[in-house]
Design a protein around this ligand. Structure first.
Ligand code: AMP
Ligand code: MG
Length: 407
């Protein structure tokens, strides 16, 4: 069977991953979502002129010539805290004690920070000359009515949510999060700490894949372990597509006699079984059942994660309105050789990437590169893209997909 180029396989997947509808969601559930409407400011932020410092509100002209040696004494006529209306008139020769965020009182046009004042009996000594507007934040200094706040198509960050909340919004229109079913297939799989019977292993894929689904911003629905039986697999997939926007399975898509996932998918849906020109994660069964995308990922733990990264992540993100996979791809230096043989495939080596003093990324192997060696995947924070050939020599350049924080 001819190998499918990675780009072709990904295009095939993305073709069936359609953008979900827009929904208004509470700000609290919107981080990472993509907006479907532009938001424009409809009020001033800040809403009134206020002080940026704790100190005294004054008439700047009254501070003319003030120094630490020759302070100007101003009569105190009140105190304004944040939250007070601030309607204490500051006349010539007077001052009002004022706290950060409190409104500027009428008559005052500047603030002297508390560190440049000294208390006096019913008065304050000002030890510095200040200009009009000193430490005053004008109304609308941040936003004015009509200012664009977020464009449609923006991936919302915590700061965006703060800006929206600052304008009084409680919710925002975004592409809704996908509900994604996750299930493991395999008669050998068990869960939890109990003793293993001969031939059994513990299910690890469901935990990694569920977490990866959530990392894309989608909601994960755990459908458990399904036995290697066509009827069981068909029933699980039918249930999944009836309640979810996408399905991620692992196992049962290789050449083995009991690899039923690809067979069932072909029977109950439209499926393409691909041998993608990559290592790990060569087999991929991708299709739709009732129009719902199903990602039939391979069972080997590293393969299922790499396959998720290369296919499911871009697909799910596209469904949620994102234009890219959201992973940073950078050029790096291989501090040690990344060895391989010619086999017609692109290899994705599990590596540890770090930023070097020379202003470049550097990578080294994260450990065993077998597709069952999940511990090396756990130690890695990047995948090095090693093109077909004899590998990358020590000191050679290599493209790297960053998966997580740099060490
Ligand atoms: P398969 O793709 O079903 O042929 O499985 C390939 C390999 O991955 C086999 O060694 C399986 O035992 C293993 N495997 C399959 N599913 C899981 C899982 N959920 N967790 C850990 N290993 C798995
Ligand atoms: Mg299996």
């Amino acid at each position: 069977m001819a190998l499918t180029p990675l780009g072709d396989a990904r295009a095939r997947v993305l073709h069936d991953c359609h953008r979900l509808e827009s929904a208004r969601v509470p700000l609290d559930d919107a981080v990472g979502c993509v907006t479907t409407e532009a938001v424009v400011a409809d009020e001033l932020v800040p809403p009134f002129a206020n002080t940026a410092m704790d100190g005294v509100a004054v008439r700047a002209a009254d501070t003319a010539g003030a120094t630490a040696d020759a302070p100007v004494r101003l009569r105190l006529v009140g105190t304004i805290a944040a939250g007070d209306p601030g309607d204490i008139e500051v006349g010539p020769g007077t001052a009002v004690r004022i706290m950060t965020g409190a409104p500027m009182p009428p008559g005052a046009d500047a603030v002297v920070m508390v560190e440049r004042t000294a208390p006096a009996e019913g008065a304050v000594d000002v030890m510095v000359e200040v200009a009009v507007g000193n430490h005053v934040r004008a109304a609308g200094d941040d936003l004015r009515p009509g200012d664009p706040v977020v464009a449609a198509g923006t991936e919302l960050t915590p700061a965006h949510l703060g800006v929206l909340a600052g304008l009084g919004h409680l919710d925002v229109a975004v592409v809704r999060r996908a509900r994604v079913a996750v299930l493991s297939t395999g008669d050998e799989l068990v869960e939890g700490p109990g003793p293993l019977l001969p031939g059994q292993i513990r299910d690890s894929n469901r935990r990694t894949l569920t977490a990866l689904v959530r990392e894309t911003g989608a909601e994960a629905v755990d459908l458990g372990i399904v036995a290697d039986h066509p009827d069981r697999i068909a029933a699980a997939l039918r249930e999944a597509v009836a309640t979810c926007d996408a399905v991620v399975t692992s196992g049962g898509v290789s050449m083995g006699e009991f690899d039923h996932v690809k067979v069932v998918l072909d029977t109950i849906g439209e499926m393409e079984w691909m041998q993608v020109a990559i290592k790990p994660a060569k087999p991929l069964a991708f299709g739709t059942v009732e129009g719902v995308p199903v990602f039939g990922l391979p069972g080997n733990p590293v393969s299922s994660m790499v396959s998720f990264e290369l296919f499911a992540r871009p697909g799910l993100r596209r469904m949620m309105g994102h234009e890219s996979s959201g992973r940073m791809v950078v050029d790096a230096v291989a501090d040690e050789g990344l060895h391989r043989q010619i086999d017609g495939k692109t290899h994705f080596a599990r590596v540890v990437a770090a930023w070097g003093d020379d202003g470049r990324f550097h990578v080294r192997s994260a450990g065993g590169q077998g597709s069952h060696q999940l511990s090396a995947m756990a130690a890695a924070n990047a995948l090095a893209v090693v093109p077909d050939g004899h590998g990358v020599p020590p000191g050679g350049a290599v493209e790297v997909i960053l998966l997580g924080p740099l060490g």
